[in-house]
Design a protein around this ligand. Sequence first.
Ligand code: HEM
Ligand SMILES: [Ca+2]
Ligand SMILES: [Ca+2]
Length: 309
Amino acid sequence: TSTTRPYTFLPRPRVGYYGSACWNVESIVRSVVQSNYFTNPANAPGILRMHFHDCFVRGCDASILLDGPNSEKTATPNQSLRGFNVIEEAKTQLEIACPRTVSCADILALAARDFVVLTGGPWWPVPLGRLDGRVSLASNVDLPEPTDSVAVQKQRFAAKYLNTQDLVVLAAGHTIGTVGCGVFRDRFFNYKNTGRPDPTINPNFVPQIQSQCPLNGNAATRVALDLGSEGQFDTSYLNNLRFGRGVLESDQVLWNDPGTRSIVERLLGLQYPFLLFGPEFARSMSKLSLTEVKTGLDGEIRRVCSAIN
Ligand code: HEM
Ligand SMILES: [Ca+2]
Ligand SMILES: [Ca+2]
């Protein structure tokens, strides 16, 4: 279970933070997001995941964007992140419109929201005023893993003041995007060295994934996390869990565990009191994107997002 965030005497991010210092920050980010969604829709899941990976390590401070031999980017779960060019393009335009004003952490938070909207998801207000961190270490990267149990997933989210509902709702961000075969193949061929697939997978789903990810095939081949709806922000991912069609073990266990299952059922309208996925996703994202934000003297406004000043 999570508690409330500790109170600090620091300014908090707020909507409209930049004011006249950069009055069109939101429209600049939105137009860069739109053009990059048009050229490559896979940027949408790429940036949503990047924002999550940023916020979970040293807070939402753009530490994920820093280059360097041992920066967060080099850690295993971050090697498959995509869309860095989108953030850098927005930063370049913002440095022309309002030099040294808008943080990379704010750009990432806005872009994640705008990409979600383009895939059919909800809009939410994004408070601004996050500062960029100066530290990025691969050794700090401690992200949820695709084989995590529900207990471990809950623990990791609680450490960021996110509760069990936030966990289920945010994991449903997997309604868009794809995963590399190498990440989960064992589960479909040789689950925990049993020589068989995970018995909780729908038997009709097993051959489907096996043919897309053959045993000796390319580990980098990507398959949808939400079968049949990888580009649409909808409840199809939750419905797939219900029928044993979750690709990742960490996703499927959210249905198999009675506690998290009832949240999935409420989101699917199968159990009272109902929860609406769109508004709940907006609410949980608002919490996630304020994780351990830097607002005092502990950060800076980077000039380029890949390097400290
Ligand atoms: C709950 C624990 C979570 C685990 C264990 C997890 C794990 C993963 C894994 C293994 C992948 C595939 C990576 C690859 O092969 O490229 C992935 C992709 C993705 N994750 Fe998560 N994730 C979690 C939570 C989240 C959250 C909270 C969000 C955002 C709200 C998110 C958004 C995404 C998206 C959008 C993709 C697709 C990326 C793409 O297509 O480029 N995930 N996740
Ligand atoms: Ca960070
Ligand atoms: Ca979907």
